[in-house]
Write a protein that binds this ligand. Structure first.
Ligand SMILES: C[S@@+](CC[C@H](N)C(=O)[O-])C[C@H]1O[C@@H](n2cnc3c(N)ncnc32)[C@H](O)[C@@H]1O
Length: 354
């Protein structure tokens, strides 16, 4: 066994990769490809979205998921990355490339792992809504949180369309009272979101990982440093206190809303994050209703998005028009990116609180 660290700096975003309990030759046996990873982080690799211009709002019955009694077992042989943005706590998440390469070993009752691989698509409307990878607007939103100094202490947070869950995980690590994670696909919640939360919970119980953070990571670099020290072994960790503040749901927004509203006390969120979720106009009514019913009266929705999603047709302009017509929320631009395919971070709040 060996531990490999890979890290690089792009703008203010630092990305590291850690492999735990890997076989002798990680490149051939796990199929791990550093170049692919770097391309993704620099945005060179565009998303592969299936061409589907008139999809209906799909029905996918919502369900609550509970972490298993020994959640750390989910991290056996985990290969993960770390992203560090400014002074934000480091965030860890399972590496997507390795995830793809180990599909055959994973439980996939929805068959989304195999479908997305077969169809070479990062999004298949109504089947797989893209949660297995970290989309780039998530990083934009993390940077805006860093710039804004948003505090999460004692707040109730919802990561809507969470995928890997980095936004909710950040809130959790910054002291949120509770964090709800929702994704369309149960496989995403079980195979990715829950393991990622556990990955980050264990660090918190040990304190920040200075051994990784202390390295000067300007150049991409791969290091072999022998057996992982005991504190890096994911399977040795105690039960996780942070995990008790988390709630996990899968299903479409239309059925998620009534399910989450059956909870006592009924949740109202101070902050709702939603990143790269407005690509499909057919989903706008359900999304808008969920935001309207779940946001606390003086709460904020942070939405990160591209201007336009080719293949599915939605984007910020259409969503802004929809929001304006509804007349419930005001929408302000927090950040507008200029490069390439334009990206934005906007904030929604109830009009009466403007
Ligand atoms: C492109 S992924 C983005 C994932 C993650 N937020 C990110 O930025 O990396 C879109 C997410 O929105 C969620 N989503 C999209 N349409 C949905 C719908 N109709 N009902 C419920 N969730 C939906 C999916 O769960 C999916 O993870």
């Amino acid at each position: 066994n060996s531990l490999v660290l890979l890290h690089s700096l792009q703008g203010g975003v630092r990305v590291e990769l850690v492999l735990l309990s890997i076989p002798e030759d990680p490149k051939t046996s796990a199929g791990f490809d550093e170049k692919e990873l770097q391309k993704e982080k620099t945005g060179e690799k565009a998303e592969r979205i299936e061409d589907n211009t008139s999809p209906d709002d799909p029905v996918k019955e919502a369900k609550e998921h509970f972490p298993p009694p020994n959640p750390q077992l989910l991290l056996t042989d985990a290969v993960f990355e770390t992203v560090t943005i400014g002074s934000l706590p480091s965030l860890h998440f399972l590496n997507e490339t390795v995830f793809e390469k180990t599909i055959s070993e994973r439980e996939d009752t929805e068959k989304i792992l195999s479908s997305s691989k077969e169809q070479k698509s990062d999004l298949i409307s109504g089947v797989y809504e893209g949660g297995l990878k970290v989309w780039e607007c998530t990083y934009d939103l993390l940077e805006q949180i860093e710039n804004n100094g948003e505090t999460f202490r004692d707040k109730a947070v919802l990561d809507l369309g969470c995928g890997a869950g980095l936004l909710g995980i950040l809130a959790l690590k910054r002291g949120a009272r509770q964090v709800h994670f929702q994704d369309y696909n149960s496989t995403v919640i079980e195979q990715l979101t829950v393991p990622n939360v556990i990955l980050n919970c264990q660090e918190d119980e040990e304190g920040e990982k200075n051994d990784i953070q202390g390295r000067d990571g300007c150049e991409k670099e791969v290091e072999e440093i022998g057996n992982p020290p005991p504190k890096k072994r994911a399977t040795d960790m105690p039960q996780h206190t942070l995990l008790r503040r988390c709630f996990f749901f899968s299903g479409n927004w239309r059925t998620f809303l009534p399910l989450v509203l059956t909870k006592e006390p009924q949740p109202k969120f101070d902050i709702i994050f939603t990143s790269e979720t407005i690509y499909n106009t057919a989903y706008y009514p359900a999304l808008h209703e969920a935001l309207q019913k779940l946001l606390a009266s003086n709460g904020l929705v942070y939405l990160a998005t591209k201007s336009h999603y080719f293949g599915v047709g939605g984007g910020l302009h259409l969503f802004e028009t929809f929001v304006k017509e509804k007349g419930v929320f005001s929408l302000d631009h927090l950040w507008d990116g200029e490069e390439g395919l334009q990206r934005h971070v906007v904030v929604l709040r109830f009009k009466k609180y403007v």
